[in-house]
Design a protein around this ligand. Structure first.
Ligand code: TRP
Ligand code: SF4
Length: 331
């Protein structure tokens, strides 16, 4: 089959404004894929509900913030179809059908499930919906019969489950869905201002929409090489989170920064100032684009409605096929 015609599906939980980690880890990949495949990109608001059902009231605003970043950075709604999961009820219906034949053991054994239940101790998430998180993700992917799924390493167990669920469907009811394959995002994980993985929930993120002042302040207080107590000491760029950002967003200068840091020719204050300038310059055109989009709310709403509409048409055909295969009345 022509690669161009292959379908790509990916989703993101709407956690709000995107940060540098999202851009390097997913968004850049999504933007590149839209020229090579037929892409569907989902705002997975139902997935967000599986963990945030006690306080879901920010999800709606988060979707808007994320989509603004998407479009400002180059997701092109003329090329890729962008839509909101909860606006496609057929996905939820497909999820219900898959839940009939997905063994509990597969879900209970899923490493991401065990890990999250252990980690999110302050949240009660041993719920039906959360256990079924990978089933809903499978419904997402196969709702458009996608063959390729760009994701990070952490999602590999979900993709494996999706393939198993697909095989089981095809075996029980006849061939209908392709087995989806992961396209792994190969970027190293970006560290935040406190040296932990960059994440909104840690409060250590540099957002794509941060002002120059914010970026300057965040970088000024950012963790550096812990083994370099004095300016005169040689640095260890590979252990420095500031260098991590340079390596991705200041590639042209990263070799000289590395050498100057290793030779103690470059101090951290200066290094951070330089990076602030580079980031501010890099983000500026996108931020201007974002401001334009914010002002045109009607145009923005229309883009999302069109994406929802296009997805819904396709998914409802696929759902009918699935119901027919499963012998439901009237199909
Ligand atoms: N679970 C994914 C994540 O947390 C988000 C997601 C939802 C997704 N539906 C998807 C990813 C379908 C790929 C395909 O990152
Ligand atoms: Fe990190 Fe830059 Fe300081 Fe080197 S000079 S330790 S790369 S902040």
């Amino acid at each position: 089959m022509d690669e161009k015609m292959k379908r790509v599906f990916s989703g993101m939980r709407p956690t709000g404004k995107l940060h540098l980690g999202h851009l390097a880890g997913a968004l850049t990949n999504w933007i590149n894929l839209q020229d090579k495949y037929e892409c569907f990109y989902e705002m997975a608001d139902l997935h967000a509900l599986t963990t945030d059902y006690q306080n879901p009231f920010g999800i709606r605003e988060n979707i808007t913030e994320m989509l603004l970043d998407f479009f400002a950075f180059g997701i092109n709604p003329k090329k890729a179809t962008v839509f909101v999961q909860s606006k496609i009820p057929e996905i939820s219906e497909l999820h219900l059908l898959l839940s009939m034949f997905t063994p509990l053991g597969w879900l209970e054994r899923c490493p991401t499930y065990k890990e999250q239940v252990a980690q999110l101790k302050n949240k009660e998430i041993t719920n039906y919906g959360f256990l079924g998180y990978p089933v809903l993700q499978t419904a997402d992917i196969i709702s458009v019969k996608a063959e390729k799924v760009p994701v990070g390493e952490d999602q590999v167990p979900h993709l494996e489950l999706a393939r198993e669920i697909v095989r089981r469907f095809n075996h029980l009811y006849g061939q209908l869905f392709p087995e989806p394959e992961a396209i792994l995002t190969a970027t190293p994980k970006l560290l935040g201002t406190d040296g932990r993985k960059m994440s909104k929930s840690y409060g250590n993120a540099i957002f794509l929409s941060d002002t120059p002042e914010d970026i300057g302040k965040k970088l000024a207080t950012m963790f550096t090489d812990p083994l370099r107590p004095f300016r005169k000491d040689p640095g260890h760029p590979d252990a420095c989170p500031v260098f991590g950002i340079n390596a991705l967003y200041n590639q042209a200068n990263s070799l000289s920064i590395k050498n100057d840091c290793l030779a103690a020719k470059l101090g951290c204050t200066e290094c951070k100032k330089n990076l602030t300038e580079v980031l501010v310059q890099y983000l500026s055109p996108y931020q201007k684009e974002r401001e334009k989009l914010v002002k045109d709310t009607a145009g923005f709403d229309r883009i999302i409605e069109q994406g929802n509409e296009k997805t819904r048409q396709l998914v409802s055909e696929v759902l009918s096929e699935a119901k027919r295969k499963m012998g439901l009345y009237g199909y």
